[in-house]
Design a protein around this ligand. Sequence first.
Ligand SMILES: Cc1cc2nc3c(=O)[nH]c(=O)nc-3n(C[C@H](O)[C@H](O)[C@H](O)COP(=O)(O)OP(=O)(O)OC[C@H]3O[C@@H](n4cnc5c(N)ncnc54)[C@H](O)[C@@H]3O)c2cc1C
Length: 422
Amino acid sequence: MGSVLVIGAGWAGCAAALAAARRGAEVTLLERTDQLLGTGLVGGIYRNNGRLTALLEAEALGCGHLFEVMDQAARHKDVEFPGHSHAALYDVGQIEFLVRRHLLAAGVQVRTSARVTDVRIKEDRLTQVELGEAESITADIFVDTTGSAGGIHNCGRFGNGCAMCVIRCPSFGPRVSVAAKAGVLEIMGMRGEGRPGSMSGSCKLCKDSLDSALVKKLETNGVVVIPLPAVLRHAELENKACQQYNLPAFKENLVLLDTGHAKMMSSYFPLDLLQQIPGLSQARYVDPYAGGMGNSIRFTAVAPRDNRLKVDGLDNLFCAGEKAGFLVGHTEAVVTGSLAGFNAAAKSDGAKLLTLPDSLACGDIIAYSNPNRQKERPRMQRITFSGAEYFARMQKRGLYLTDRDTVQGLVKEAGLINIFSK
Ligand SMILES: Cc1cc2nc3c(=O)[nH]c(=O)nc-3n(C[C@H](O)[C@H](O)[C@H](O)COP(=O)(O)OP(=O)(O)OC[C@H]3O[C@@H](n4cnc5c(N)ncnc54)[C@H](O)[C@@H]3O)c2cc1C
């Protein structure tokens, strides 16, 4: 068995490292900040709409372990909010520790505060990555899961400036793409107003700064929907990274979800307006700190790849998560991360690589989000099991299934039961 080096420990990188380790590879996971999970540290919503199907498929395929970890940290299950059914919400304060423990138990070597700054290539193979001038690491196979959030220059050029988000570029240095460093020409997403990238779609409010009756309701139901008078309808839906929430209800109301903090489903909201909303007169932001002004810019750096998640032009580089397409979400990152990690380990072993069939939502979304299709489609769409364009496709193709036995049957029919665990 060879060695697999995974760079970037968001949900995609954690899933890739886990899948590669479970397939027997010697795996190291590098993360530039001091915590795992990247943007997953401020997310929390899963199992909503078509994400439930993906989760059931992952379970049947044998790569559902990280969803079990999410369930261990769940604050709420079966939450309904505008346009979304059967959502679960994990606690953003608990999840990192649980994931780290799970990866260590699976034998993954986890290194934080380890930022890749450059790569070396020989012909069409990556040979090593460099961590500043002090250290280089070699491996047989590499996985780029560095995401697409930030850095400051993108948030400045394409957004409202650095909003001091969880990515913490000033402290740890901005995101560096391994694929781009290896000479791959990345693809930039566009948004409604013709600008590159999109703006992250939610902020976290400190619960202690909110009215106690509001907090009680939020903690009981998992969700609070506050109708907004026209003068306070601030949300710019067309800018959002998460198009599954580009619904009028998210402009007409302030939607709060309980993920430990109060997750406000708006890209940003000027503080003086926010504080005019009943129950929020003393509201303050936890993430991003300048949530009154803006949020992180994402989807400026997607790598061309095939449906096995191997990056075009390089023989031993795979990718997953936001790096692998205009894919939004933890579930999407875990599904693609699992395939990339599994195939990285298979490649290190000289084994055949796996492609998931389009009879499964997980295979279909990987093919559908392939950035090489962008010639046929505009770069405006963001793709997620949970809404917008792709969820409509799932429904149309009969892929949106919520019954465990039916999903198991489909996976069995494809001959893929527990494939990731074999
Ligand atoms: C504010 C916000 C709220 C969100 N809420 C939700 C939600 O509730 N539910 C949901 O499903 N999705 C949500 N999302 C989207 C979701 O978090 C992402 O789409 C998904 O988790 C992306 O995972 P990823 O691993 O591809 O990328 P990322 O999470 O961006 O992880 C990439 C990681 O790579 C690291 N990295 C980058 N460069 C290097 C380098 N050179 N060396 C080492 N490490 C590097 C980064 O530090 C980071 O940890 C949210 C996103 C944001 C920003």
